[in-house]
Write a protein that binds this ligand. Structure first.
Ligand code: NZQ
Ligand code: ZN
Length: 382
């Protein structure tokens, strides 16, 4: 185990905490509030932000779409530059927060923003960001990651920089009241897969990371079992905090990571518009079956410690079945159907995109080459 760990995002958790942004954003800042398609105007979040910013100078930029695009975000970059914005407040789900990160970094760079996604520009400076979370799923509110789509070419790529990690994040579960069920379920699934990407690799004996990952996975199983209680504050707050902890860096410190499910899933979203979480549920069971030999020990540990499955030679296989059953219990599909029926073309198209994005050595052993990705897709595409 070897790591440096800090999570510098201050969390303001609880009902009514949106008011705390008044003090969390320096009073002399010029603020740009960035949000999505307007859901925040239907649940009182916008109004609370408005009153919290009563003594600040601020402007707004709306219309950040799910799977945020460079094309839309570049308009916000121009606004930040023209108006000398020095604080960005992202109000929304992962897409809005990721979009704000791209805007914050690109506004402090003279070249094209897409250079960041291509790795041609290493982000070391960005406009300060704060976040008000309305959809627990991605963990973006307190991590350094962002995933941006270039609509024109159907590219969806991540970048990482400590410079874009939010200074603070408000987690008020009342913001979830208007969430469509589809998005609530997406949150459960995305958080689940985030934990798996940092846990389902090879055994390292890291007791803190493994034990906490297992506790978080068990939370998600309980929340799925208690889905009929989703209107309660307790249910919402537990999902909000679990999804945050799933990808705030702690369980991933000093242990191997996978992320192959995410990288292949991103291509399904870019090509077919599959929701992010649902792309993961399509890929992960097939990937685990394909990678069973190298993941066997951790699958067995998960099966026994999280699902309480009995020991046996086929424990790893039964664990994958249990994960798939968990998705099905939430009515989440584990096969791609959005491609329109031509399986051969779909598999070829995804492989072409993976190759063009240099996603040719994925997984904790960098052993998922295009050959394995093709095998996985053959299983995952209906
Ligand atoms: O645009 P609005 O009107 O806000 O509506 C959104 C959107 O339509 C809606 N919504 C959000 N909060 C709501 C609400 N509707 C009603 N009430 C509320 N309280 O939900 C829809 C989806 O929102 P989106 O932000 O796209 O969802 P999510 O949070 O799942 O974010 C997905 C994006 O995050 C990226 C994904 O690739 C995808 O682009 N990811 C980011 C990560 C990171 N930064 O660490 C990691 C993840 O693995 C993921 O890749
Ligand atoms: Zn994810």
């Amino acid at each position: 185990m070897e790591f440096s760990y800090v999570n510098p995002t201050q969390i303001h958790f609880g009902q009514g905490k949106i008011a705390s942004i008044s003090d969390a954003i320096p009073s002399n800042s010029k603020v740009l509030v960035i949000y999505g398609g307007g859901s925040i105007k239907k649940n009182g979040v916008y109004q609370q932000v408005e009153s919290a910013l009563a003594n600040h100078s601020w402007l707004e930029f709306s219309g950040v779409e799910p799977n945020p695009t460079m094309e839309t975000l570049d308009k916000a970059v121009a606004l930040v530059k023209a108006e000398n914005i020095d604080f960005i407040l992202a109000v929304g789900g992962g897409s809005v927060i990721d979009g704000a990160k791209y805007v914050a970094a690109t506004a402090r760079y003279d070249g094209a923003g897409w250079d960041i996604l291509l790795g041609k520009h290493n982000v070391t400076d960005a406009v300060a960001i704060g976040a008000v979370l309305t959809l627990p799923a991605t963990g973006s509110e307190s991590n350094a990651a962002s995933v941006i789509t270039r609509a024109e070419t159907q590219d969806k790529l991540p970048f990482f920089s400590p410079a874009v990690q939010p200074k603070f994040a408000v987690l008020d579960a009342d913001a979830m009241k208007t969430l469509p069920e589809r998005q609530l379920i997406n949150g459960l699934v995305d958080a689940w897969v985030h934990i798996c990407e940092q846990y389902l690799t090879l055994p390292t004996g890291a007791m803190v990371q493994d034990g906490y990952a297992e506790a978080l996975l068990k939370n998600l199983l309980v929340l799925a079992e208690q889905y009929d209680q989703r209107e309660t504050l307790q249910w919402r707050e537990n999902l909000m905090w679990t999804a945050n902890q799933a990808l705030n860096g702690l369980i991933g410190a000093g242990v191997p990571h996978d992320w192959a499910t995410h990288m292949i899933g991103h291509e399904l979203t870019a090509l077919y518009g599959v929701d992010h979480a649902r792309s993961l549920a399509i890929i992960q069971p097939s990937l685990l079956r394909n990678q069973l030999a190298v993941k066997k020990a951790k699958l067995e540990q998960l099966g026994s410690n999280v699902f309480a499955l009995a020991a046996g030679d086929d424990l790893a296989e039964r664990t994958i079945d249990a994960i798939e059953a968990f998705y099905h219990s939430l009515n989440v599909a584990t096969q791609l159907t959005e491609h329109g029926g031509d399986k051969t073309k779909a598999v070829n198209d995804v492989i072409t995109q993976l190759e063009s994005h240099n996603m040719v050595k994925l997984g904790e052993h960098q052993a998922i080459t295009l050959t394995q990705s093709r095998e996985i897709l053959e299983l995952a595409v209906n």
